[in-house]
Design a protein around this ligand. Sequence first.
Ligand code: UD1
Ligand code: MG
Length: 441
Amino acid sequence: LLKLPSSLALPALETNLGFAILAFVAVVHLIPALGENFIKAGLKGRDMLKTYDDPIPECQGLICAAVYITLLTLFIPFPFSSFFARDRDTSLAGLAKGDFPHQQLATYLSALLSFLAATMLGLLDDLFDIRWRYKLPIPIIASIPLLMVYYAEQGLTTVVLPIPLRPFFGTIVQLGPLYYVYMSLLSTFCTNAINILAGINGVEVGQALIISLSVALNDLLYLPWPYTLRVGSKVLGGEWGAGLAFGSKELVERHLLSLYFMLPLIGVCAGLMFHNWYPARAFPGDTLCYFTGMAIAAAGILGHFSKTLLLFFIPQIFNFLLSCPQLFLIVPCPRHRLPKLNKDTMLLNTSEADLSNEPPSSLRDLVLQLLAFLRLTRLTTDLKTGRITACTNLTILNVLLYWFGPMSEEDLVVRVMLTQCAGSALAFVVRYGVAGLIYDG
Ligand code: UD1
Ligand code: MG
């Protein structure tokens, strides 16, 4: 029999951190070992921004997802081990077992179920290139287990309004079912938003890595950290953490749960980043975008911080809003919108959508003129007829190339990563700085 002390029996957080390191090591080793098998199975792609044609193993996110889900499954007993120890003590003392936290177990299992669903969707997309209209609703269905658990936990469906809006709408607005619609849309947004900010080496997995690091950092702020303070001859001690500051043990538990999901995610993303960084030896595929997006959305929903979570997606929100005219086919959307390689200079240039054969549309012209005015796209106009014949593709990558001029693929990915870090820094300022000015208490 395991000899467990009856207090916190196994150090769950330390184990989780160990699993994160294991995840990194496993992914770093498995990708080169399994790459050939993926190529043989037809899961390969050509790097469109290189001059060579070597097949690169695609869908390597599947390895990350397999490692991640296996480790999270192995991890299940750890957060509950204090109950094993207590149950052993109570049965030794002849007492009845009781109050096992079934709710917490259900929460954890619902998240695993949605990760599996997202992985399956990503794999199907990598295999069959699913159309947008089918792709969009699937993460909504995959999020139902998460929403059910949120409901069972009597999760809040209210929004506290900022002070300036209160004279019009009151202090608290009850959104009820609309809040569930919002959360299910959040899961479909997180999964697809990472997938459409793509096309250069390292960008998909890099953004997932920075977002998961930001979420983990936010979680750490809520954990009870022991401190000792020396004031003159007195030594003060105790625990510090936003969770405790708000006086809620539940808040600490939710952020701990989110951290259990984020640390191994950071591990697998860092492992893939090692092989996907310029020049890429592995492609993440849609599997990575979907399962990382779902893992991050699950952390936000089950951790009850879905609004803060959105702040870490500022570049993705910008990229999604900018992409809308192409996603909803107001402006034609080529199969690939990634930048174009100039083989003479080996620098990336903006890529364009060809409008010369499109029927005239005043809505399209209006949208494009507005975006051009905001310097978010560059238009090519026929001098004779005055018609718009081309526009740069509506992605953040093309905007960066338009603003800063042609650059190498590595420079561009570094700029996108810096933008993502700046977005996270802004998110923390908004959440913990500005929020205090427009909210009270
Ligand atoms: C999304 C984007 C598409 C972009 C593509 C690139 C939208 C609506 N869709 O489509 O514009 O071109 O991602 O991933 O915005 N590839 C590279 N270098 C990389 C990564 C990918 O050349 O660093 C190429 C490879 O040929 C790879 C293919 O992109 O095989 C993967 O594309 P896929 O993920 O299937 O495209 P989508 O997600 O459908
Ligand atoms: Mg993709």
